[in-house]
Design a protein around this ligand. Structure first.
Ligand SMILES: [Fe+2]
Length: 415
């Protein structure tokens, strides 16, 4: 009798064990990534950094297949902490890819397929489209509405130039980053599974100055920058430390991201770096630069300290390098300046476009009729679509409802 009871007990235990194992594996197999994020830190013609966020810290495999072939390659994820969160960032940095090629990807054991495109080998004959703006999320609904318009234009990639989740580097605001990644996942992955890569700049709302004592002199090193801005440095592969950087798209395009007095001073090593890096790109066909605080503000005071520093320290370098387009943010409105050189309107000058109204509540703008540098300023949520081909460019700017609100060079068909 005892033997029978013991045998039944063993069967019961086995059953409980099997149910538990099945439940755990089913749950982990079903867990979709909470965030999916693509960017670059090397040449976008041949590389891609793929991030997916999970609760699990167990490394997973990224399955990658060049479309049109029938073999899948496996890449093991590096697992990094998601700052101030139980989540983990699973990351694979792919290199040695073919330009202008589509790659399917699958995360771990999940069946769902996504894909991305590497950038084309050259843009002499085919154009590329870049969606650019800033100040993305006062409100997740605002961000998703603009993202939806961005995705309709099927840009090769998108750029948001600072003030991303408005988390202010504060651990208690980690939920705002969850919302931000939700917005990206909900609206910057197209219906056919194509993930739109993102390049992200730093703004004042990425930074928490309160981590230092009152009156303490801030030393700008990696440790202090990460302390001031844990999410910006912890979440994204590019630019990483020291918070500014340049991406070279072969020899046809270089994109500079600068830090306008947020986790790096304008004056000092950053400007030295900028000058040096611009000077060695004489042979690059097109260069665009971006920073957060506008040299030519549509809302704020022209004589503000940071605005003046950008004009004094960066604009001479930008003009000398022959840059024609600069993107600025921070003011929560749409603006485009006249071409400007030496701080006056000049047809051979630089056009400044922004001003950070991707997903913010718009502010009242200076009147273009009485503001010498503004050709256009509108209190509206918008982004700009830049098209580059060969050595030429054009832009249209689009509001959150999909209306084209501006174009440059002027397009008579859009007037
Ligand atoms: Fe800002």
């Amino acid at each position: 009798m005892k033997n029978i009871q013991f045998a039944l007990w063993k069967k019961y235990c086995l059953l409980v064990y099997l149910v538990a194992v099945f439940s755990i594996s089913a749950a982990s197999a079903q867990q979709e990534p909470t965030g999916i994020f693509l960017t670059w830190k090397e040449d976008p013609l041949t590389s891609m950094v793929v991030d997916w966020h999970l609760e699990s810290s167990t490394s997973e495999v990224l399955h990658v297949q060049e479309q049109g072939t029938d073999t899948w390659a496996q890449h093991q994820s590096e697992v990094n902490p998601f700052p101030h969160s139980e989540r983990k960032i699973h990351r694979v940095a792919l290199s040695g890819l073919k330009p202008g090629t589509s790659y399917s990807i699958k995360f771990g054991d999940r069946n769902k397929e996504y894909y991305f495109n590497t950038m084309p080998a050259d843009i002499a004959k085919e154009s590329i489209r870049i969606a650019i703006g800033g100040d993305s999320m006062h409100d997740q609904a605002f961000m998703e509405k603009t993202n939806t318009q961005v995705a309709k234009f099927d840009p090769h990639f998108a750029v948001i130039g600072g003030d991303l989740a408005y988390a202010n580097g504060d651990s208690t605001n980690v939920g705002r980053w969850y919302q931000w990644f939700d917005a990206v996942k909900n609206t910057l992955i197209r219906e056919d599974g194509r993930i739109i890569p993102l390049i992200l700049g730093i703004g004042n709302h990425e930074v928490r100055k309160a981590v230092f004592e009152e009156g303490e002199e801030i030393i700008f090193n990696d440790e202090n920058r990460a302390k001031m801005s844990p999410f910006y440095y912890g979440l994204f592969a590019f630019p990483g430390q020291p918070g500014y950087g340049v991406l070279d798209f072969g020899k046809y395009f270089s994109f500079f991201l600068l830090d306008s007095d947020h986790s790096n001073p304008i004056i000092g090593p950053q400007t030295d770096w900028f000058k040096r890096e611009l000077s060695i790109r004489d042979d690059v066909t097109q260069i665009i630069t971006m920073h957060h605080v506008p040299a030519y503000p549509s809302v704020r005071d022209f004589n503000g300290t940071t605005q003046a520093r950008v004009r004094e320290h960066w604009l001479p370098l930008i003009e000398k390098a022959g840059v024609k387009l600069v993107f600025e943010n921070h003011d929560h409105a749409y603006k485009r300046t006249f071409p400007i050189k030496n701080n006056q309107v000049d047809k051979d000058g630089v056009v400044f476009i922004g001003d950070g109204s991707w997903g913010t509540r718009p502010r009242e703008v200076h009147d273009p009729e009485t503001t010498w540098y503004l050709d256009k300023a509108i209190s509206i949520r918008a982004f700009t679509l830049v098209t580059l081909q060969g050595s030429s460019f054009n832009i249209i700017s689009v509001d959150e409802d999909g209306n084209v609100i501006d174009s440059y060079p002027p397009n008579p068909l859009l007037k």
